[in-house]
Design a protein around this ligand. Sequence first.
Ligand SMILES: [Zn+2]
Length: 346
Amino acid sequence: MPFISKDWRAEGDQWIKTDDGNWERMKVIECESKNHNSSNDESSSSSPPPHCQIILRSTREIAGFNGLDVAVKRLDFKSSVKNQRRFQYICALLKLLVSGEVILTSLSGGAQRILLQMIEEVALHVNNSKQHINTLRDLVGQLRHLVEQENQKCWGKPLGSQNLWFGHLETIERIQNIASQIEIEPNAAINPQLTELPEECIRKIILQMSDHKDLESAASAWSLMAYIIQEQRIWRELSNFHFNQQQIDSILEKMSLLDTLDRHRNWQTIYHTLRKKYGLRDDFQYTEVLALCRFCRCLFWPMTGHPCISESPEFKEKLEKAGLSFESIEKTQLVPPHQFLKYFSL
Ligand SMILES: [Zn+2]
């Protein structure tokens, strides 16, 4: 059986000291500079779009694992924060990483640093765009909780290098400062103001909200919204958005409401029962979701694509010889944030 992985006696990666005094692998720097050139220099438009090949399963022969820091750089997450289509996806990933205590226990020092740099990038973007301030506040809250947890420890603190931890604390402080300075002033020049809109328009706005948390926040902000949110129609539409008819029927049957008119007065309770049993859909909140190519095992952004082996005529010929049609095979699979993290040994 051939041994495909690197020999443990191999010389390892080549490391280079960066301008900010940290160490980085040569291959990652090369990849970063390639991405940077592709975004700045039109003449190098032939450079491949951000993509990262991963190992789906480790075996005894291929004892590989994927590095989160390398994937984050190869997929150009740092610049993608400024991309409106990818912002929510990246923030959902960051939230999963920060809230799961993964940052201090399992990630490598380099991955921890990159993670915090990305949160700082999110803070700067929110500061400039004055949008998604709640997402930033959530992240800052989680970071504060992490620091408090670490400060309460009597033994074994800080985990890993002390200098690394002090560097993290400085970054977290900068992020908190940026977040605390953001102020969003209502623009008095906009006409008409929200409060001047007719009730039917407000109802339409409320019908666009995607979950009960947004509805509750809207209700606490304005009495007219609180009044509209009491309408059962709002909750019925929300239930139909998140759950299929089979799930709704099963709950109606359980609540003995299937064939009665009483169900029209109970949609809020029905929604919450459905939510507790089946959970809410979360894919609607991301405009662009990372995809995994089944042919070359590359993670990539669907809008920009990736260089794929399936594009070569030889590959299509091989498929035809095997009696498979290229069109009939599902080529890609979407990778939600929690699935993305499963590809890494965290
Ligand atoms: Zn591919």
